[in-house]
Design a protein around this ligand. Structure first.
Ligand code: FA5
Ligand code: MG
Length: 419
């Protein structure tokens, strides 16, 4: 594999993250552009679309505890092991996740905090946070995005079960009177089973409570007036190591089905790890950007990070309003071709390199050509980078300087030869 040199200052053995020092090692792959995002916490800005959406969902789940300031640095044990992820799960790899060093990483999902939050004994909670994943570059992918985790825990005695039935009946009545069309699937099935330690009847009730709770949230967020076309929601069988049965939920919006969230009946392992073994419950994790892009009509995920008053001044606390795009500035395409010595380079390594050199000026990165030399096994790749600012016109000189930086880094970090 192409040797990727440490992206932090070559000379330093420590990096500083939110005022705390961490030792750097061979696992470290967190970049300066990611470190710079950590203090921003967009979901806690009340007049930012993500903050507005957070409050809206919190007001729907008004009897839940609301958490939103949990530290982003976690252990792989929190992010993966405590939730039953297998040792060889691809999400653990340095190509997919940001590692501070071998012992610490940036959470890749809000589920990383399930065990510690269940351990507080709170039966109903929402937890909103910034999450980090190494990914491609385009208008809907960004290495930082925001998730909200929601969970509800029930006791399994007769009284608690009766309460759940009453709640389910109330929610069903409400949804029955609403302008919503739901494509449902069975609560449990052979391919999406109840857990062996659960009474299947209890598992069904919890799955139903989850579905009713999510459907009513979606109705609150997306349901129009009575005369609008009905909201279409689709439930799909899914798989997560930390829930069973598991589901994904999509809504039909502007001619397409869009994935909004993942959810399911919490694995008993999670409750055992949290020290609350005799409970049953559900959890969901939703992507705030996905929903906000739809609700506010925001066309590019980079806009959430804009500090341009033409963006920020359009939004105010507790109001969902449609974004009016200001003029789109011209794009500038630059190609770069290079030879990688041993034919292996992960696309995410290239994308992080571009983000570090170009920041949010990189709108899109695509591989447009690749060729492996049959004899030497050297690989040649060509990437096309689309530079565009959301806020202003870029000068040729500025783009050329950034592209020169990208080229320098390709040589330096990948030991590659530019063609
Ligand atoms: C998870 O992250 C699970 N932790 C969700 C979960 C929680 C399941 C609790 C069960 C119980 P997933 O990787 O699918 O699952 O992400 C969940 C949601 O985050 C997605 O449905 C989507 O809305 C959003 N999301 C995922 N990747 C991205 C991305 N690159 N950019 C923006 N939003 C994303
Ligand atoms: Mg998913």
């Amino acid at each position: 594999a192409a040797r990727i040199r440490n992206l932090s200052r070559a000379s330093s053995t420590e990096i500083s993250i939110l005022g705390q020092k961490y030792e750097v090692d061979g696992t470290t792959n967190i970049t300066q552009s990611i470190i710079a995002k950590l203090p921003l916490r967009l979901h806690n800005q009340p007049a930012h679309p993500l903050g507005i959406l957070r409050s809206k969902i919190e007001s729907h789940f008004h009897d839940f505890v609301h958490l939103s300031s949990v530290h982003p640095v976690v252990t792989p044990a929190q992010n993966f092991d405590s939730l039953g992820f297998p040792a060889n799960h691809p999400g653990r790899s340095v190509t997919d996740s940001y590692y501070v060093n071998k012992d610490y990483m940036l959470r890749t999902h809000t589920s990383a905090h399930e065990v510690e939050t269940f351990a507080t004994g709170q039966p109903k909670w929402l937890l909103t946070a910034d999450v980090y994943r190494r990914d491609e570059i385009d208008s809907s992918h960004y290495p930082v995005f925001h998730q909200m985790e929601g969970a509800c825990v029930f006791k399994t005695d007769q009284v608690a079960i009766e309460e759940m039935k009453t709640d389910n009946a109330r929610l069903s009545r409400y949804l029955g009177q609403s302008n919503i069309v739901i494509e449902d699937i069975p609560h449990i099935s052979l391919t999406n089973p109840a857990q062996p330690t659960h009474d299947p009847a209890h598992s069904e009730l919890v799955a139903l409570n989850l579905k009713l709770s999510i459907n009513s949230l979606l109705l609150k967020l997306f349901g129009g007036g009575a005369r609008d076309a009905p909201l279409q929601v689709r439930w799909i069988e899914a798989y997560f190591p930390f829930t069973s049965p598991s589901f994904e939920v999509e809504i039909f919006y502007q001619g397409k089905w869009l994935e909004i969230l993942g959810c399911g009946v919490v694995q008993q392992l999670t409750f055992d790890n949290a020290g609350i073994p005799n409970n049953i419950g559900w959890a969901f994790g939703l992507g705030l950007e996905r929903i906000a892009m739809i609700l506010f009509g925001i066309p590019d995920i980079r806009l959430f990070w804009s500090t341009d008053p033409r963006f920020l001044s359009q939004f105010s606390e507790n109001k969902i309003t449609t974004f009016k795009p200001y003029s789109k500035y011209p794009a500038c395409f630059k190609d770069v071709s290079f030879w990688i010595p041993e034919a292996r380079l992960h696309e995410n390594d290239f994308c992080d390199l571009v983000r570090d050199a170009a920041g949010d000026l990189a709108e899109d990165v695509k591989m447009i050509d690749s060729f492996t030399h049959p004899k030497t096994n050297s690989k040649s790749v060509c990437y096309r980078i689309n530079y565009r600012s959301m806020d202003r016109s870029l000068s040729n000189e500025e783009v050329n300087n950034i592209q020169a930086k990208v080229v320098e880094q390709i040589k330096d970090k990948f030991g590659a030869e530019i063609r």
